[in-house]
Design a protein around this ligand. Structure first.
Ligand code: FES
Length: 130
């Protein structure tokens, strides 16, 4: 009976530790090729679908950046307004500047920014794979 109790406590402890420590296999970053930098015109943002993840890649004089298109309010897809130089959400008119910072409307935080890696003339975006 003592062994059974110890085994039960050990199993519970192991399950508790699994709950506390995130599963690395489920949250690994994956570098996805998005093409040459010249594919993104200056002051334009190109929307892309990377395995179901909706992103947008923006190229400005300051450089190139990738963001999730999911608005941080309720998840609608933002679009780039070239005239206003802002990302605009169609649902509640939330706006984000070209760094992804939330500047107006209900979004509570900036757009999620995705790291870009340059290898040769090719760009890769790091996305979270499930
Ligand atoms: S979902 Fe984007 S502002 Fe509400």
């Amino acid at each position: 009976m003592g062994f059974g109790l110890l085994f039960g406590i050990g199993t519970l402890g192991f399950r508790f530790l699994q709950f506390l420590v995130p599963n690395r296999k489920k949250r690994q970053a994956e570098a996805v090729l998005i093409g040459a930098e010249s594919r993104i015109p200056l002051n334009e943002a190109v929307p892309m679908d990377l395995g179901g993840q909706k992103i947008v890649v923006l190229r400005t004089a300051e450089g190139i950046a990738a963001f999730s298109r999911r608005c941080t309010d309720l998840g609608c897809l933002v679009s780039w307004s070239k005239e206003r130089e802002l990302f605009v959400c169609p649902c509640h008119q939330g706006t984000f500047d070209k760094t992804g910072l939330n500047i107006a409307g209900p979004p509570p935080r900036p757009l999620d920014r995705l790291p870009i890696v340059k290898r040769g003339d090719q760009l890769y975006v790091n996305i979270q794979s499930a």
